[in-house]
Design a protein around this ligand. Structure first.
Ligand code: F6P
Length: 547
């Protein structure tokens, strides 16, 4: 059977890594004055400069060969057409269908799914317009002023990131809050500032079974009923985005207020579905559709552009060079744009939950590195936090710098400082500094790689394209690594053990290791009355509903 690390191309790349180990990136520019023009690419409102990497022409050609010799063409066609490529969960992977603006049908299990996707889009349009216009009112006739999204992981990170990124497009009379952590402090802080009469809760959960989300949803409902008085109508203040309509209705959500999506939408790929409802409420349905349009145009580019001019493929290959041949363990995401400060957290789940795998699709342990540790923070803040390590530390950390070119009116001076700082940092990481310079006695070695990704402007459309770009980058790396990027069995393990521990806070803890037993004893000292047998969200919900 095919072994990636025994392939001719992979071994040629290993040879090239040794041959170019002492190359200086800056010398590539001296040798080829056209390097910037050759290693930069525009797709719609996005411009990628990928010239500052220790990647010679020969390395780039061989990386392109790696993609061309992979199953990319086949697996990409299978994904877009609805084949079952998520083999361990026996599902298609069709987040691209959610933003499909083409005319043709899309068959899943012999049924065209486009009509139901369009029906849900229409449901989102009608609902978001009703709330934004004030037509949708709460139990005492007031319009909604606060929207609380209750969800975690992909049911939080995407809409949360997008609502923050597009804050300047937000409805002026609507405030948005995102509750995700099971730590009660999170929901308490949000609820303490709200009026139940003007608050709408969106229970966002693909499965409607995630412990954190159910606990938060029940606490929100208890708060609502305790504070809204006898005429309180849960149905007018709670809606759901879920694949599990029955569970949502059992919670007390009206059938017409369950915004469905489907099992073939992965949580971390779901912001294009009804999980994106907070985005449509925040920026309007037109803005939401513009975001989908940006993603759709990136999809078309990904489907049609040749490998050597395909932005997601090139970003994937550059990442593979860093991870599998240069020894990078992490990938830094540094948006020089405060509106994108939640992008690193979103990309963490997208990348690490997709490609944090160690067996291939044939269930064989891999003998190569796969998904990197993704982390980051906005610039210029990072310059005053972790850039020291990146400049003079012992680690090799590729960086994606991301910024938008258009300044906010009246903030041109700030924007100039922001962008020049970013360009200066990318240059300094590459150039380093002369040894013994008066400013840095130990010198900065330089030769540290980075991408620079520029958006013309941070609009819904360009944000959609940016997210789709990274989705496809992750997908391409998963294909080349021959792993399933769309399941997450590691997380299920954590969920199962969390359930076991919470059920066994009492005497049965001896089933666990001595450390866990000792720690459980400390927990029991603080929570002696916590009766796990009766106080689970489902049972709490039932008990309260009868009072
Ligand atoms: O982190 C595991 C996970 O299943 C994610 O994939 C998902 O986005 C998150 O939990 C929330 O799941 P749900 O939307 O079903 O509540």
């Amino acid at each position: 059977m095919f072994q990636l690390t025994r392939s001719v191309t992979w071994q040629a790349l290993q040879g090239l890594q040794q041959q170019t180990a002492d190359d200086r990136i800056r010398d590539y520019f001296a040798a080829d004055p056209k390097r910037f023009e050759k290693m930069s690419l525009r797709v719609g409102g996005l411009f990628l400069d990928y010239s500052k990497h220790q990647i010679s022409d020969a390395v780039l050609d061989k990386l392109i060969e790696l993609a061309d010799h992979s199953a990319l063409v086949q697996r990409r066609a299978q994904m877009f057409s609805g084949d079952i490529i998520n083999v361990t969960e026996n599902r298609p992977v069709l987040h691209t269908a959610l933003r499909n603006l083409g005319e043709g049908p899309l068959m899943v299990d012999g049924q065209d799914v486009m009509p139901e996707i369009q029906r849900t889009r229409e449901q989102i349009r009608a609902f978001s317009e009703a709330v934004r216009s004030g037509e949708w009112t709460g139990f005492d006739g007031q319009r909604i002023r606060d929207v609380v999204n209750i969800g975690i992981g992909g049911s939080d990170l995407g809409p949360n990131m997008a609502c923050r990124a597009l804050l300047k497009h937000r409805h002026p009379e609507l405030n948005f809050h995102f509750v995700s952590n099971v730590d009660g402090a999170h929901i308490q802080k949000v609820l303490s500032r709200l009026d139940p009469a003007t608050t709408l809760f969106i229970v966002s959960t693909k499965t409607f079974s995630t412990q954190e989300t159910l606990l938060n949803a029940h606490t929100a409902r208890r708060w609502f009923l305790d504070n809204a008085g006898p005429e309180a109508d849960v149905g007018a203040h709670f809606i759901a985005a879920s694949t599990n309509k029955a569970a949502a209705m059992e919670f007390g959500i009206r059938e017409e207020n369950v915004f469905e999506f489907w099992a073939w939408v992965g949580g971390r790929y779901s912001m294009w579905s009804s999980i994106g409802l907070p985005i449509a409420l925040a920026i309007g349905f037109e803005g939401f559709m513009a975001m989908l349009e940006g993603a759709y145009e990136m999809d078309q580019h990904f489907l049609t552009a040749p490998t050597a001019a395909n932005m997601p493929v090139l970003m994937a290959l550059i990442g593979i060079w860093h991870i599998n041949f240069q020894g990078a363990e992490t990938q830094a995401i540094v948006p020089y744009d405060q509106a994108l400060h939640q992008l690193p957290a979103f990309l963490q789940q997208l990348d690490m939950e997709s490609n944090g795998k160690s067996v291939d699709i044939f269930d064989r342990p891999v003998d190569y590195k796969t998904g990197p540790i993704v982390w980051g923070q906005t610039g210029s803040n990072g310059q005053h936090a972790f850039f020291q390590l990146l400049h003079q530390g012992t680690r090799y950390v590729p960086i994606d710098f991301i910024a938008s070119l258009k300044p906010e009116p009246g903030m041109e001076d700030h924007h100039f400082a922001l962008l020049t700082n970013m360009l200066a940092q990318a240059n300094a990481f590459m150039e380093g500094s002369a040894k013994g310079g008066e400013l840095d006695p130990y010198s900065c070695p330089g030769n540290r790689p980075s991408n620079v990704l520029l958006l013309d402007e941070l609009t819904p459309k360009n944000l959609g394209a940016l997210i789709a770009l990274y989705e496809h980058k992750v997908f391409v790396q998963g294909v080349i690594w021959n792993i399933n990027s769309f399941d997450q069995w590691g997380v299920q393990l954590g969920k199962r053990i969390a359930g076991e521990i919470s059920e066994r806070l009492d005497a049965h803890s001896q089933d666990f290791d001595p450390s866990t037993q000792g720690l459980l004893r400390l927990v029991r000292e603080q929570l002696p009355t916590h009766d796990t047998a009766s106080d689970t969200p489902a049972r709490r919900g039932k008990k309260r509903r009868t009072t």
